[in-house]
Design a protein around this ligand. Structure first.
Ligand SMILES: Cc1ncc(C[n+]2csc(CCOP(=O)(O)OP(=O)(O)O)c2C)c(N)n1
Length: 549
């Protein structure tokens, strides 16, 4: 292509490629077809989805799994607006992504241009940064800056609007961008700071390290740190906070902690603003000055032993390498591990009648057997009551959940993106029937793109999480409006080119899962389940098994 005919769209696509981007999650539209065209020469593959929210969820999953910003490319106006909601999930999950949206031409700003919208303003509250590109020649700088901000400090989503005329404008040459402009310097913990933190920990009888969503998929690093410093390291990434079913009876031991190192974990609602461990003193290591300040305000200066601005992953490494002789095997560490592992023994014996429907714990048992077949499996779990049972019953080294945002609907896009990011890994997604409806059409994307995975839908014909609130707060005779049909989602998936299984009793579930996994297609195992409240995993006085409704 002659240099003089370089479009803004070409500058953009080249800049993405220079930043290591190989794939865009996108839904097409008038404003961005020049980028589709430029993607050919820049060798950017496009996963073309059925709703902009799905593209952003996929970029989110990509960010969480690879640590590299996922890229969503949307059209302007309504396309952009459809994508903005999904930024909320990524922001709370501390997941790096860049959402690029086509936009009305700059030259027509304020004149009622087609699909004109103050896009940067709309995305700003749910993004780390949000702006409108101004010139074709400097689109490379926009991209480098967006990727740098997305992955720096506390990772998160960044938005850049791309006006139509900026993308179409021709330039002779693009402003050169150095590779390091895509990266941000890592704020490390100094040796002295690491030693001081370790001394504080050594003085405590029952210390804990809590990490937040940004280290959720750094399990090996968490284990190394725990081993090196002899202190339990627990990741909190659930909107259920200390009642996260995957943390077992953790709330019981958290109460007893006398020192807590918050390693990138914010003392927000999920820790009851510090009240979940009322007697503890805190050390805070956080990459974000604003979060440190908020933490001071929330916890109170008198409870904070130290607060340091530093990157959590680099700090984990510094702490591990500065730790001298590790604390010997401690009863406290064993106690915390046992609490996190704890599940009520009665769960193992839960069995529904031979004709079904199933208890969600039974689905969990069968799903666990499927997931455990491969150490590489990626487990995706959404919210709702079934999602909480799934999180309590099934685990995997790599797991993607809806996260602190508490939003539902991301599981199917997450599963597709996981399959793209980890082509050889089996992907299992667990989600309720209400949630299934959000992005059901992405089974078409999965079939078209040959992305097999297994979705295990817990079908209680209900928005049960909200139904349970009605039962608790207003009584059975005032529970209304949360019913769904016992729909045949399996048939819908088959019609879209996937594999469908309908399971009405426990005996049929293992076979259905095996057929789904072997089908080589995106599969929906539609399991009819009872309506149970989410599990509360407390050891005393009576372990909770939700009552059937
Ligand atoms: C985006 C979004 N919309 C609505 C909610 C509120 N909400 C949370 S769980 C839930 C019900 C989910 O139903 P389903 O997926 O069938 O799971 P169930 O609770 O029935 O097991 C709803 C409506 C939410 N958290 N996020």
């Amino acid at each position: 292509m002659p240099v003089a005919s370089l479009r803004g769209a070409d500058v953009l696509a080249r800049a993405l490629a220079q930043g290591g981007v190989r794939r865009l999650f996108s839904l097409s539209g008038n404003h961005i077809m020049s980028v589709y065209d430029a993607a050919l020469d820049a060798r950017l593959a496009i996963t073309h989805v059925r709703h902009e929210g799905a593209a952003v969820h996929m970029a989110d999953a990509w960010g969480r799994l690879t640590g590299e910003p996922g890229i969503a490319l949307l059209t302007g106006g309504p396309g952009h607006a459809n994508g903005v909601g999904a930024l909320y999930t990524a922001l709370a999950a501390e997941s790096p992504l860049v959402m690029l949206s086509g936009a009305a031409p700059l030259a027509e700003t304020g004149r009622g241009s087609f699909q004109e919208l103050p896009q940067a303003e709309l995305a700003a509250p749910v993004a780390k940064a949000s702006w409108t590109a101004r010139r074709a020649a400097t689109l490379g700088e926009d991209i480098a800056r967006a990727m740098r901000i997305a992955r720096s400090g506390r990772p998160g989503p960044v938005h850049v609007s791309l006006p139509f005329d900026v993308l179409e404008d021709k330039v002779e040459r693009a402003a050169a961008v150095a590779d390091d402009e895509y990266l941000s310097p890592i704020q490390a913990l100094s040796d002295a700071q690491a030693d001081a933190a370790l001394e504080e920990i050594a003085r405590a009888k029952r210390p804990l390290v809590l990490v937040g969503p940004m280290l959720a998929n750094a399990r090996a690093m968490r284990e190394r740190l725990a081993q090196a410093i002899g202190v339990p390291v627990v990741c909190m990434e659930s909107p259920r906070g200390i009642n996260d079913g995957s943390l077992g009876a953790f709330a019981d031991v958290l109460k007893q902690a006398d020192f807590i190192l918050l390693l990138g974990k914010q003392p927000d609602f999920s820790l009851r603003f510090g009240a979940a461990a009322a007697g503890a003193r805190y050390g805070v290591i956080d990459p974000d000055a604003g979060a440190l300040e908020r933490g001071r305000g929330t916890l109170g200066a008198d409870r904070i032993a130290f607060a340091v601005l530093a990157d959590p992953a680099a700090s984990a490494q510094a702490l591990a390498s500065r730790a001298g002789a590790r604390r010997g095997p401690s009863a406290w560490m064993d106690e915390v591990e046992a609490a996190v592992r704890y599940r009520p023994p009665q769960w193992a014996g839960i069995a529904s009648g031979p004709a079904g429907p199933l208890h969600p714990a039974e689905v969990g048992r069968a799903a666990r057997a499927l997931v455990e077949r491969s150490p590489d499996a990626v487990l995706v779990i959404d919210g709702g009551e079934y999602g909480q049972w799934a999180q309590a019953c099934v685990s995997a080294p790599t797991r993607l959940i809806n996260g602190i945002a508490g939003s539902i609907g991301s599981a199917i896009p997450f599963a597709l993106a996981a399959r793209v990011a980890r082509p050889g890994a089996p992907v299992v997604a667990m989600l309720g029937d209400g949630t299934f409806g959000f992005h059901m059409a992405e089974f078409d994307t999965a079939a078209r793109e040959h992305l097999p995975f297994v979705a295990i839908v817990g079908n209680d014909a209900c928005w049960n999480a909200e139904h349970q609130i009605q039962l608790r707060a207003y009584g059975r005779d005032r529970a209304h409006g949360c019913e769904l049909l016992p729909a045949r989602y399996d048939l819908a998936v088959a019609a879209l080119g996937g594999h469908g299984e309908h399971v009405t009793c426990a005996a049929d579930l293992p076979g259905a899962l095996a057929r789904a996994a072997a089908s080589g297609k995106p599969a929906c195992v539609n399991v009819m389940i009872e309506r149970h409240a989410a599990p509360v995993v407390a050891r005393a006085p009576a372990p909770g098994v939700g009552a059937a409704h």
